[in-house]
Structures are given as C-alpha cells and as structure tokens.
Unconditional design. Sequence first.
Length: 202
Amino acid sequence: MSEPADPVEPAEALEVVENLKEANEHGTQSQSSISLAISILAILGALLVVLSHRVTQEASIREGMAKDTWEQYQVQRGRTDALRMEVDMLTYLAPSNANKKPTAEEAERAAAINKRIADCEARIARYSQEKINYEERGQALEGLAARAERQIDGMSFGQAVLQIAIILASITLYTRRRLFFFAGLAFGALGVSIDLYYVFFV
C-alpha cells in the first residue's frame, strides 16, 4: 500500500493562495498597462490622422490659389501682348510729316494717336508689373503646395508605422511576450517622430 500524502499545513495552503493571488493581480496589472499603452497609441494615431487631413486641405487650397494666380497671370500677359500690338499698329498708322508741315486735321490726328500710344504704354507698364507680381505669387503658392504634398507623404508613412506599433502591442495581450510590447512602443515613438518631423521641419 502506498503511504498517504503528508497533510498540507494551513499556513502553507494560505501561502500558495497568496502567491496565486499575487500572480493573478500582477498579470491583471500588466494587461492593464498594455491596454493603456495601446489606447494612448490609438489616440495619438487619431490625432495624427486629423492633422494629416488638415495638411491635405491646406495643400488643396494652395493648389487652387496657385491655379487662380496663374490664370490671372495669363490674363495680364494677354492684355500686355494685345496692347503692344495696338501700339505697333498705331505707330505704323501715325502720319509722317517729316517733309511737310502738317495740316490742322493731321496734327489733331497725330496728337490723338500719340495720346493713345502713351496711354497704352502706361497700361503695358502697369500690366507688366502686375504680371511679375502674379508670377512671384504663383511660384510661392506652388512651393507651399509642394511642401504640403511632401508632408502628406511623410505623415502617411508615419501613420503606417504607428499602426504597426498598435498591432505589435496588441499581440502582447495574446502571447504575453513583452518583446512585442517594447517593439510596439519603439515603433510608436518612431511613427510619432516621423509625423512631427514632417509637420514642423519639412
């Protein structure tokens, strides 16, 4: 016959129960910490998505403003070319009185033509300056739109990295391997850093 097992002392049984309770509490606290970290990463991801949408809207607005500016540039360019053609035509039609004294009618006509030429030249100078201003503004707006596009591309990559971080941290809840948790934190920090870099330094 086999010998009966030694009876478990009450103190030993209580110690085992306490150890199991502590292990369970430790596991619960660990899961709570991981869940909190995942929640923080998700909140950061949502904030970065909102920021990315804002940058996207800004890029769209800049592109629209640049398009309107270049349209104004083309309008001023067309006006300038038309006025120059008019000046050339008026100069060609102006009477030549080098060898004779002009009549009153010819003098009046020449004065009207010269006045019109002077008016056209003044408008040409004004339109040319406006054209330069539109060109500079259009180039500046295109530069801002291009910058916003670069920000969008970089922030999209950062958000993808942050999504990987959330997935890695979530795997920890099932595998209970802290390696995934720390990898998730590292990827999360990297994703946030990428987005902030493209927002403030690009």
